[in-house]
Design a protein around this ligand. Structure first.
Ligand code: XMP
Length: 555
């Protein structure tokens, strides 16, 4: 008897060489994790599950799958099978990851993946893991393969490789490689350094050593589509329209005759969340716009105008600026700022709710990246970077139940849903603005004076970026008030003023970002206007850090 298949195959004591021995693998897996079978709820939506081994691209795989019209979720490799019960799984994708299957304690294959008998696509570490678990052999490569490579397809008739060029450019990033195929598998593509650049068996279990999810693999989306439709036979009906329809039904079921309040910030996420809930339960929804005193210039007026006047949504405007500022007094730690803001936010809601009579739910525009970045996926692989206050700042004794209709959506999907709901472009394509607002763009303690300085500088940035017709090309563009003062000269006088940093980034989602290559003339115009129009500022610098290693916000 062996302790685990991984240990057994690594030690060479169990060779899985035919169906009988695969059954042995499953018996061992059952002993390790009883109840490993999938048990989908009735009417669960079709989904392809990406098992997360900690690759920086895991999230991207899920995005690409959804772009192909198939709903996808990321699941931590050590999550129990029951974590998938809300889905009707059609196939699994095993992500890449930093570990080596040769290492003791390396992340393993969840038993339900093989026992489900569904198609599996292992990517990089995922392929190595599949090979290892099924009795193949993985070993460190003498030559690390990183960057562009060409794979030569030797089995073009394989459905995974259908209509792909025989010599296909791909992106590789691996140290280990498969040196011996598992029984029943064959190599279907090779590269200079990988005799097994892709492998397949006849049961829809596939592996690829390269990364189809990144743009550097030009035919990557085609390959993923092949997997989804030619191998896994997905129906591909995940669209914004379907999402909106399903969400409305779910919200109606969840809310019943209850009353909902919605945390409206003016940003696209909460706007779409509110519009969805409004479509589902109409006047049972009251939106509460908490003016936390941390918004950009003219924002509060704009929010009230849009929602109350144009969308006819019940809206209460709460001016809570003083309360937030007193909670932030002398707070310099970014995480403490976030927690205080999150808590105050919820408390204000609870007070408003008390005035509305019985209220049962609070709706928030939390999106998938918020959840993952706050390490909410449960994957031990994802480090916590910041507490996004939608997720992490909720007090434990909160009395309202949460509705988060966008919790599983990426930003572009939120926008598509917004369009579907008929929201105006000006709102749907608005640049993101963080829940904690300007508090995380004022370095150090937040004061009224500093907020006013930042607002004035930020106004210039927004105005100039819009005039240059770059607003919609940039993911975000804003000013940061640093805690540094520097010496300058204006007229004949020495000045000692604040240094403002300009932060403009491009991104596909906020998981990664690059600093925007703004034209020098635009930079010059922004800088000159800020130092001329904001007397407290005498220096402007441009932040040229990508994410990673930086983050988009400074705190
Ligand atoms: P970072 O700074 O983590 O930001 O690179 C990624 C994206 O998230 C926004 N952001 C937040 N949004 N609550 C939010 O709703 C928050 O606490 C928060 N912190 C950052 C940020 O503006 C960027 O778009």
């Amino acid at each position: 008897m062996v302790d685990s298949t991984e240990a057994a195959t690594a030690a060479g004591r169990v060779r899985i060489s035919d169906d009988r021995e695969v059954a042995t693998y499953l018996e061992i897996a059952e002993a390790r994790e009883p109840g490993r079978t999938l048990n989908p709820a009735p009417n669960a939506p079709e989904a392809v599950v990406v098992i997360d081994y900690g690759s920086q691209y895991s999230m991207l795989i899920a995005r690409r799958v959804r772009e192909a019209g198939v709903y996808s979720e990321l699941v931590a490799w050590d999550a129990p099978a029951s974590a998938l019960n809300h889905l009707r799984v059609k196939a699994f994708v095993l992500s890449g990851g930093p570990a080596s299957v040769c290492d003791p304690g390396a992340p393993t294959l969840p038993p339900y993946v093989l026992s489900a008998g569904l198609p599996v696509l292992g990517i990089c570490y995922g392929m190595q893991l599949l090979a290892h678990a099924l009795g193949g052999r993985v070993a460190p490569s003498t030559q690390r393969e990183y960057g562009h490579a060409i794979v030569n397809i030797s089995e073009p008739s394989n459905p995974l490789l259908s209509e792909l060029p025989v010599a296909m450019p791909v992106w590789m990033s691996h140290g280990d490689r498969v040196v011996e195929l598992p029984p029943g598998f064959r190599s279907i593509a090779q590269s200079d350094n990988s005799p097994v650049a892709a492998m397949a068996d006849d049961a829809g279990r596939l592996g690829i050593q390269f990364h189809p999810e990144v743009v550097h693999t030009p035919q990557g989306s085609r390959l993923l589509r092949n997997f989804l439709f030619a191998v896994a036979h997905c129906n591909g009906q995940w669209t914004a329209t379907a999402f909106v329809k399903e969400s409305i039904e779910t919200i109606r079921r969840q809310v019943g005759t209850g009353r909902v309040i919605c945390a409206l910030s003016g940003g696209v996420d909460s706007a779409v969340a509110a519009a969805l809930v409004h479509r589902a339960v109409g006047d049972q929804l009251t939106c509460i716009f908490v003016d936390n005193g941390l918004l950009r210039a003219e924002e509060p007026e704009r929010v009230v105008r849009t929602f109350r006047e144009h969308m006819s949504i019940n809206l209460r405007h709460v001016d809570a600026g003083d309360r937030f500022l007193s909670q932030l007094a002398e707070v310099t730690n970014p995480e403490t700022k976030r927690m205080r803001i999150g808590e105050t936010f919820i408390r204000v809601f609870e007070q408003e709710a008390a005035q509305l009579g019985e209220v049962n739910f609070i709706c928030q525009g939390t999106t998938y990246p918020d959840v993952i970045e706050s390490a909410g996926s449960g994957s031990g692989a994802a480090a916590k970077i910041k507490t996004h206050h939608n997720v992490g700042g909720l007090p434990k004794d909160m009395k309202l139940s949460l509705i988060e209709p966008l919790r599983n959506l990426f930003k572009d999907e939120v926008r598509r849903a917004g369009k579907e709901l008929g929201l105006p472009d000006e709102m749907v394509y608005r640049q993101p603005f963080p829940g904690p607002g300007l508090a995380i763009r004022v370095m150090g303690a937040v004061t009224r004076e500093k907020l006013a300085i930042l607002r004035a500088a930020d106004w210039v940035v927004m105005d100039e970026v819009k005039k240059a017709a770059m607003y919609y090309d940039l993911w975000q563009s804003f000013a940061v008030l640093t805690d540094t003062r520097t010496v300058g000269v204006q007229g004949d006088f020495r000045t000692y003023g604040y240094c403002v940093a300009l932060r403009c980034v491009t991104a596909e989602d906020a998981m990664t970002a690059d600093w925007a290559r703004l034209p020098y003339d635009l930079l010059a115009q922004i800088s000159s206007r800020i130092v001329n129009e904001v007397p407290e500022v005498n220096r402007v610098v441009y932040d040229i850090t990508s994410k990673p290693p930086g983050t988009i916000e400074w705190e």
